[in-house]
Design a protein around this ligand. Sequence first.
Ligand code: HEM
Length: 442
Amino acid sequence: MTNDINHIPGPAPQFLIGNALDFVGTPSHIRLYEYALAYGDIMRFWLFNQASILINDPALIEQVLVSDRDSYYKNSPRKAAEPVMGDSLFLSNGRDWEFKRHNHPFSATHINNYFEQILPIIRETTDSYLENLQPSSTPKSVEFFGELVKLSFRIFGLTILGSAMNSDYFEAFNTLMQEMNNRGGQQFLPYPLSLNPKFWLQRQQWNNFIEKQISQSQQHSSPRGIDLLSFVIQDTALSTTQLRDELSTTFTAGTRNVAEAVAAVLFLCAKNPAAMQKLESEITAFLEEHNNEFQQADVNLLKYLDLVVKEALRLYPAVPLFIREVLPGRTVTLGGYRIPERTQVFISSWSFHRNPKHWQNPDDFVPERFTNVPPSFHYFPFGAGPRQCIGMAFTLLCTKVMLINIVSQYSLELEPGTNFDTTYFSGTIMPDKGFWIKLTKK
Ligand code: HEM
């Protein structure tokens, strides 16, 4: 016998607002984690009149993302993201999603050739950025998360669009991200309205710039450079607007995530000197052996780096939650309950990865736990199933290569008292009081 949604355990809702107050002043991923610990595999809450459930069970997560995925669609974060991302893969559904996924620049055949070519750009850009950051012989602490966002943005500019995008574009990017964040927190703001007058202007400039890059690329009969745009321009089935939205979305869906991944690894290793020493030794030996020159496939030889990145993304998955919605007109059965149309289903890697039911000593940093592959649907920093992050390979390459260069050239010392408490900004986590660290050139 199946029960209806009201039988699912969860906090008592309040009249009109449901449980929305639980999310005021507490980042969503932290609140969901508390819900998961309190209510178990499936729990229910209300955001105003929106029925929502959180699933914390691998079989249920598999059901929603894979076997019964056609009963759901991606609606959230449409309201927050559509004015910024346009009509991109990230927010598409059905046939439209299939077309865009299949024809996404990262789905290009021989994409590994592109990854091979951008590796030196990631290295050179990381080196020159850090050189400029620490010019003096007496280094002082810097807020390194913010610096990593700027560095990632520069790397994205060069490797996605083939342009060293100047600070005006970085400002426009930040305005777009801020707008997306504000919209995420404002349930009732209708689409055409923005409380920030700068937003529409900067969005226009941003889109114009990407369209200009596309048109310049189209005018070259042979590939212009070694950026993603040039790599795909000859063969893409996407229209100019579609290509613009996909390229733009790589920035808004990816730049801060890469910075967060690098920051999380550095924080965890700086806190755990034995791990830092092991990582440094592995990287030093690797660079010596390869005469400081290496290729994409060689990065896989760095086994400990791989474990450390995996463990950092377990504890700090940049995208800590994502949502599906039951299709209009459809009722699904999930965990023995009847779930009506339009119910939001939350899946939170943050909650799941830290749940003691599924992970031993979940709060401890133990990279070695990834020596064995985790059971299915236990580890999903990049989501899972057909909608798994399309930027995953790019992210892992950028993150690892940036780390190789940083760890091999700098000693890192955390500012006393620095922690990595996180807040939720525009769909991504970030250290809420910054990430203060001293880098000393070796
Ligand atoms: C640490 C880095 C990153 C993490 C943790 C991450 C996480 C995720 C997750 C969890 C999803 C699935 C969302 C869902 O199922 O609703 C996703 C989708 C996506 N990600 Fe990422 N992401 C990262 C970096 C990037 C980068 C660098 C890009 C682009 C360059 C990117 C572009 C996308 C896109 C376009 C989708 C939508 C895919 C689809 O719906 O078919 N992500 N990402």
